[in-house]
Design a protein. Structure first.
Length: 91
């Protein structure tokens, strides 16, 4: 796999995480959870979640499992996205 393809795939996964995070509501505020809250729920810093959403880091499998659990989806659903759609968003 070319380095540029990996970059695009990390960025697409990050957009997917951000998109799904915004569908999970905080039970107290009834608003989408923040990067900070997702980080707290998964034991990661807000900075880490931000880096993941921007595609600037290589997440560990365990991290992705924790994120998918907090987003109430399976790991398969986390990766169920159209690369082309997300690449267009990043331009």
């Amino acid at each position: 796999m070319k380095n540029i393809d990996l970059k695009n795939e990390k960025r697409a996964l990050g957009y997917r995480i951000a998109e799904l995070r915004k569908t999970v509501l905080n039970p107290k505020t009834r608003k989408p959870i923040s990067q900070e809250e997702l980080g707290f729920r998964t034991g990661h810093a807000k900075k880490t979640i931000g880096e993941l959403e921007r595609g600037n880091t290589n997440p560990r499998y365990e991290t992705l499992l924790m994120i998918s659990k907090e987003l109430n989806i399976t790991i398969n659903q986390l990766f169920d996205f159209d690369m082309k759609e997300y690449i267009q968003l990043s331009k």
